[in-house]
Design a protein around this ligand. Structure first.
Ligand code: FE2
Length: 377
């Protein structure tokens, strides 16, 4: 056996969490026009220009723009010619999340542990270097064509990753207070939720922290089930959704039909001031799901006293829920690309560590009104 680094040795000794993850490193979206998507995430969502890779840096097949806001990095990648893997992915799925990159201390170890436990290979541990140091990356598949890439960057001081140059622009709209990825939800095929729950438990050492069945998440028409998987330190949370029998097509069914497979349904991003953040998002043209005004008439009775003025939440459509530990405020955007697939959630936690179960009915009815307008209910 080859010798291992002190970091790896520490991990071996800590059998409880064989896959220590420091956080989300980046999310890579395959999109049909990365240059324009980058502009959208800057102007509408307050991201800042960070890095670029394309023809000018010697990348002949694909072009990527990287934007950043606090701890959130989005990589927007498009093909530069026909016949690329990126292009084929876009042709099948439309724009969507391809990579959820996870920041680790040892990408070789993470890959080997995952493979030993039954993961499907995507990328063997690979060292990438430039004048700013080296990064090791490796990767495995999760549901659909989505992959997890393990990123080890302790020996790197560059802007983003080797191969990228700093992207400087004159147009730098102000950030809107997005902090980090709170959770990321996957929609999987009928009958596959428990399969992927087992995958995260067995292959990545996650534990199930919550589950919702069709009694929690059903409207008059459709239903779904969800289980929330979390890594050891709670920084990575992946709810997995599956349809449950209902009278009509559920939001998960619509997603699977239009994404043409399993994939990332929404990315929840945290803010410390949801009223300010959502006000700015709306001013910049981001559209949100709307619940009926009657939701706010019953709010205090349901969640008790909160610090925010309910009359400030009502026109913005921000939802509130409470659990044993505190409360949370949340809102969902409409889908953000041509197909009715991926969207964002904005979330502010005030003690609560749950996911807004008390809002599911109002929210899913709002979603279904959109589905109905699209002829997909
Ligand atoms: Fe969510």
């Amino acid at each position: 056996m080859t010798s291992v680094s002190p970091v790896t040795q520490k991990v071996y000794n800590n059998a409880q969490d064989f896959m220590p993850l420091n956080g989300t490193d980046y999310l890579e979206l395959y999109v049909s026009n990365a240059k324009q998507a980058a502009h959208y995430y800057k102007s509408a969502f307050g991201f800042q220009s960070l890095a670029y890779r394309g023809l000018e840096t010697g990348s002949r097949d694909t072009e990527s723009y990287v934007v950043v806001q606090d701890k959130i990095r989005l990589v927007l990648t498009s093909p530069l010619r026909s016949g690329t893997a990126v292009g084929q992915h876009i042709d099948k799925h439309g724009d969507g999340v391809k990579v959820t990159a996870l920041w680790v201390d040892d990408a070789t170890y993470a890959y080997e542990e995952a493979m030993k436990r039954g993961a499907t290979h995507y990328m063997s541990p690979t060292i990438e270097e430039d004048k700013d140091g080296k990064v090791v990356r490796s990767g495995i598949y999760t549901y659909g064509e989505v992959v997890h890439i393990f990123v080890e960057r302790k020996d790197y001081n560059g802007t983003f990753l080797p191969g990228f140059i700093k992207w400087e622009t004159r147009y730098n709209p102000a950030p809107i207070g997005l902090k980090f990825v709170d959770h990321m939800v996957g929609n999987v095929n009928l009958g596959k939720m428990d399969y992927w729950v087992d995958f995260y438990a067995k292959v990545m050492g996650f534990t199930q922290i919550m589950s919702f069945d069709d009694n929690d998440i059903s409207t008059e028409y459709s239903a779904l089930m969800s289980k929330v998987m979390s890594n050891g330190n709670g920084r990575i949370k992946f709810p997995i959704n599956e349809s449950a029998p209902g009278k009509r097509k559920s939001q998960v069914d619509e997603y699977l039909e239009f994404y043409e497979g399993e994939g990332v349904q929404h990315i929840a991003v945290a803010t410390d001031n949801i009223i300010e953040t959502v006000t700015m998002l709306r001013d910049r043209g981001v559209e949100f799901l709307q619940v009926p005004s009657s939701y706010y008439d019953e709010l205090t009775e349901r969640v008790g006293q909160i610090e925010e003025d309910i009359e400030a939440l009502r026109p913005l459509g921000i939802l509130v829920d409470r659990d044993e530990e505190g409360y949370l405020l949340q809102i969902f955007t409409k889908t953000v690309q041509a197909r009715p697939t991926m969207f964002f959630e904005i979330i502010q936690r005030k003690g609560a560590r749950s996911f807004g179960k008390g809002n599911f009915k109002a929210l899913f009815e709002a979603l279904e009104r959109e589905q109905e307008l699209r002829g997909n209910l």
